[in-house]
Design a protein around this ligand. Structure first.
Ligand code: NAD
Length: 403
């Protein structure tokens, strides 16, 4: 039987998904691309190329969507699977736009989810949320880029496995099975969205290294772009270690308060690096050397913009603009509810919000004028851990998965 899928978005991930899914006989693909003139650019490109070609290490795949539209009703009505392939800051608006057209029983999810996707989705979908299941991937399965808009994308690398969370959690294994078939990527269901939120190491690595590299920047251009991961020295490694320890401290406190909770996927940064990059780390003796000698990180530079005389840091890049409000601050918000101090995280968030021109943390509290553009629980007026667990069904999630 055919499945109808809507891909929301018009960037790298959306192009890749359309090429891979539109290539399959039993799949109807529609694209919801409301931003600017993207729908027209998709249509032009597809007309010329006959669809989206995806260059994979195994060869070319050509997938043709049945429809590309900036109209949510046309693009989403009747779809059983709706995938948000978008930066996290676009999730809420897109979810609100598509909510009226979701059919009962639809699966709605994000690749990647980032932190607190369940909180954001359940708020944005309103009463519709009880009709659907929500899912989120820990990360995008591919490193991918558009080569030619509306025509061609390239997959540079594919992850060996990706964690997936779902609400209701009993749906996790079912959704994982189906998406695994469709995407040919191994998907491992985790206990709950809470696990996915706390386990995201991008929230430590990206803001932590940005802070380490640039917190004492003197404002003058650098002659060259600075190495990002391989720029981790002993001092930056200490920042990352402390941030990781603080997340592990939160995990321990939550585990004591809720003994049935499964947070086994929330790994320390050291463990995560070894698990993710076994074979590409030449010297795994310290956290610093796990970054500096990791071949997978070779040559990757910090987000920097050209300027007369060299390059300056780009503080509006996603390493701060996405990873702070939609990742680190969510974890910090949960720590606030649990009364777990996070002094190094606070130092990094305080520095980052200054660079971003935002206010997320005031006198050690998750509040401030820019809270509405985050997914911290405080933004949804959740003021206690018990309320968070009850509303998000984290404990029900755990028992549902383990039965
Ligand atoms: P992208 O920059 O290509 O996506 C941008 C697209 O998002 C735009 O073209 C538009 O279609 C949509 N969008 C942005 N703002 C919008 C708005 N306000 N309203 C509606 N649509 C809007 O991003 P991507 O590379 O496709 O990545 C998607 C997500 O995956 C991001 O969170 C990214 O950090 C993550 N990710 C990407 C890669 C990769 O290799 N591309 C790897 C890992 C993680």
């Amino acid at each position: 039987m055919k499945i109808q899928i809507t891909i929301c978005g018009g960037g790298n991930a959306a192009h890749t998904l359309v090429g891979l899914l539109g290539n399959q006989n039993d799949v109807i693909v529609k694209v919801y691309a409301p931003l600017g003139d993207e729908a027209d650019r998709w249509q032009n490109g597809i007309r010329l190329n006959g669809g989206i070609t995806v260059l994979t290490p195994q060869g070319k795949k050509l997938g043709r969507p049945d429809l590309v539209s900036r109209n949510a009703s046309k693009a989403v009505s009747g779809s059983e699977l709706v995938i948000l392939a978008l930066p996290a800051f676009a999730h809420q608006a897109i979810l609100e736009e598509i909510a009226p057209y979701l059919i009962s029983g639809a699966w709605v999810g994000a690749l990647p989810a980032r932190g607190g996707f369940d909180l954001g989705a359940r708020s944005a979908l309103g009463h519709q949320v009880t009709q659907v299941s929500i899912f989120g991937f820990q990360t995008l399965p591919w490193a991918c880029r558009i080569q030619q808009y509306g025509s061609e994308a390239i997959i540079l690398g594919t992850k060996k496995q990706v964690d997936i969370a779902a609400w209701p959690a009993a749906q996790g294994p079912v959704i994982a099975d189906r998406l695994q078939q469709l995407l040919s990527v191994r998907l491992d269901p985790v206990g709950s969205f809470l696990s996915l939120t706390l386990a995201d190491t991008g929230q430590i690595i990206h803001p932590g290294i940005m802070y380490g590299l640039f917190h004492d920047w003197n404002g003058k251009p650098y002659p060259d772009k600075r190495p990002f991961y391989q720029g981790v020295d002993d001092t930056i490694a200490e920042v990352l270690q402390q941030m990781s320890d603080e997340v592990q401290g939160l995990r321990t406190v939550l585990g004591k308060s809720y003994p049935d909770l499964d947070l086994s996927a929330v790994r320390s940064l050291n463990d995560w690096l070894l698990r993710s990059y076994q074979g590409t780390i030449a010297d795994s003796s310290t956290l610093q050397s796990r970054f500096a000698t990791n071949q997978s990180y070779a040559g990757l530079t910090a987000p920097m913009k050209p300027m007369s005389g060299g390059f300056v840091p780009d503080f509006q890049a996603r390493y701060l603009a996405e990873d702070v409000p939609f990742n680190l601050l969510v974890t910090r918000g949960i720590a606030g509810l649990a009364d777990v101090p996070m002094p190094m995280v606070d130092r990094v968030v305080t520095w980052a919000q200054t660079q971003l021109g935002k206010e997320y943390l005031v006198d050690g509290k998750v509040e401030g004028t820019d809270l509405p553009a985050t997914r911290a629980p405080q933004r949804f007026a959740i003021t206690s851990l018990d309320r968070l667990f009850q509303e998000m069904e984290y404990l029900a999630a755990d028992s549902a998965v383990s039965t």
